[in-house]
Design a protein around this ligand. Structure first.
Ligand code: 4AD
Ligand code: MG
Length: 464
């Protein structure tokens, strides 16, 4: 069993009989009486060239009609390629067309440049394009590298729930999960609909983060992580926001904010190094065609430590920058994307970890610092995209947590289990969330997170 990648990388002997199954990327017919089919099976960036001589019995009837998108099985002999750019090609003695393209003229992904916007409208066919197949392989490589890195450091993967009753970020951006029968809505006495009863008589939502659940496992198993889909009902129509996105959330016990930031840094460096090493073909394509310089940028990051800056210092830097920002800069206000980008792109020229934000703009679970004005939060900001990691040391002191929950208007009862973690063997612990799509976008240089997830969900759009 072998793929096109195996053939092109010389893992089969020259002159051995081979069979290639895949989709025709392009076909070129030469006057000399043969056709060249570039066949891709998605296993690597390159397609393999298959030479179909006119002597094939179905040459005129089929081969000459097998265009872009047709599924084929080509059998023949693997030969060294005299042409530039590929080491091997297939000399075909049989070409079977397994799946025709019904109407070649209107095949939605013609072998020519398409805009990203157009390709979103054919999300089911865009993996046929060079670009999306490359994104998909890089995405897979990054996911594998994340698991490898964490597993090698002794982290246990926890499968946290998707359906939940707690709002981790406290931002009220949760999608409601409903079993309501729309024809028979449960009514309160006053006739209004009782939506609080919509999940088998309870109220439930799609999770915005697995953090609270993973904290419970951290305070028993020390090093844990969750990696799965998360959901945000925020109405943000930007190139960095999705309604459904994947997040990696490690959580470490007996650890403070500095250890948390170091873990984030080590993880990012390790996965960038992995992608440069394992997906050199796809990265060369992004570097040449999508985001010139993206390889050098990653290499640079892999080789040196991230800058670290306190929020308070960051505000000073922004105030002194002389830049005309759209949003105001002042101690106590959250950093907007333009501020994050200035810090990463112009001030540091690389990723920067901003730490210790004002408590009023951060979540209830973040540990209160001794100044009582800031919390032990950290965000990793990356050039071109802004925040890719958001994390913190968690508040492990029950009394302080209770005060913060009260200030955030959270119901003690509902978070009783979370409070228990502070009642029974509480220790300092910390964690973060790495936005997976923002990471893929950063690595590939593809500007919009909608173009690095197979089927993007954004406000008002969940087709496919
Ligand atoms: O900063 P956030 O909201 O942090 C949390 O959810 C914490 N509970 C994580 C933790 O400490 N375990 O989200 C973390 C990251 C962001 O830095 C960003 O990269 C990504 O998730 N993110 C999004 N990505 C795409 N679309 C959205 N709507 C996103 N919201 C957050
Ligand atoms: Mg955040």
């Amino acid at each position: 069993d072998y793929s096109v990648a195996d053939l092109l990388q010389g893992r089969r002997a020259v002159d051995s009989p081979v069979t290639v199954e895949g989709w025709v990327r392009t076909r070129r017919d030469s006057k000399a009486g043969m056709s060249f089919l570039a066949v891709s099976d998605g296993s690597c960036f390159a397609a393999i060239q298959c030479i179909a001589p006119s002597e094939l019995p179905n040459y005129a009837t089929e081969v000459l009609h097998a265009g872009s998108g047709c599924a084929v099985r080509v059998s023949g002999r693997l030969v060294a390629s005299p042409g530039k750019g590929q080491r091997f090609e297939v000399l075909a003695d049989r070409v079977e067309v397994l799946g025709w393209v019904e109407d070649p003229e209107s095949y939605p992904v013609q072998p020519k440049p398409h805009t990203f916007e157009y390709l979103r409208s054919v999300a089911h066919l865009r993996p046929r394009t060079n670009t999306f197949a490359a994104v998909t392989r890089v995405r897979n490589c990054l996911a594998q590298a994340i698991h490898r890195f964490l597993q090698a450091r002794g982290f246990c993967w926890i499968h946290t729930p998707i359906i939940t009753t707690s709002d981790c970020e406290g931002a009220g951006e949760m999608f409601r999960v409903s079993t309501l029968d729309l024809a028979n809505l449960p009514r309160r006495a006053d006739g209004t609909v009782d939506f609080a009863a919509d999940f088998f008589g309870r109220e439930a939502f799609l999770t915005v983060s697995g953090q609270l659940n993973v904290e419970a496992y951290c305070l028993a198993m020390s090093r844990v992580y969750t990696f799965g889909p998360t959901f945000r009902a925020e109405n943000s129509n930007t190139s960095r926001h999705l309604a459904e996105f994947w997040m990696v959330e490690p959580e470490i016990a007996f650890a403070d904010l500095a250890a948390d930031a170091s873990l984030a840094e080590d993880l990012l460096r390790a996965i960038f190094a992995a992608v440069l090493d394992e997906r050199a073909d796809d990265m060369a394509f992004f570097n040449d065609r999508i985001a010139p310089g993206c390889i050098a940028r990653l290499e640079n990051i892999v080789s040196r430590p991230f800058a670290r800056l306190d929020y308070t210092e960051a505000i000073g830097v922004l105030e002194r920058s002389g830049k005309a920002f759209t949003f105001p800069v002042s101690w106590g206000l959250d950093l907007q994307s333009e501020h994050e980008r200035y810090l990463a792109e112009e001030y540091v020229g690389g990723p920067v970890v901003v730490m210790n934000y004002p408590k009023a703009i951060k979540s209830f679970y973040m540990r209160l610092n001794d100044d009582e004005r800031t919390v032990a939060a950290m965000d990793v900001l990356a050039p071109g995209i802004g925040e890719i990691v958001g994390g913190s040391q968690r508040e492990e002191r029950l009394a302080v947590l209770d005060a913060r929950m009260e200030a955030s208007g959270l119901d003690r009862e509902a978070y009783g289990w979370y409070r228990d973690l502070r009642r029974y063997g509480s220790v300092p612990h910390a964690g973060f969330g790495l936005g997976f799509e923002r990471t893929v976008s950063y690595v590939t240089g593809i500007a919009n997170v909608r173009d690095v997830i197979p089927f993007p969900r954004t406000p008002g759009s969940a087709s496919f």
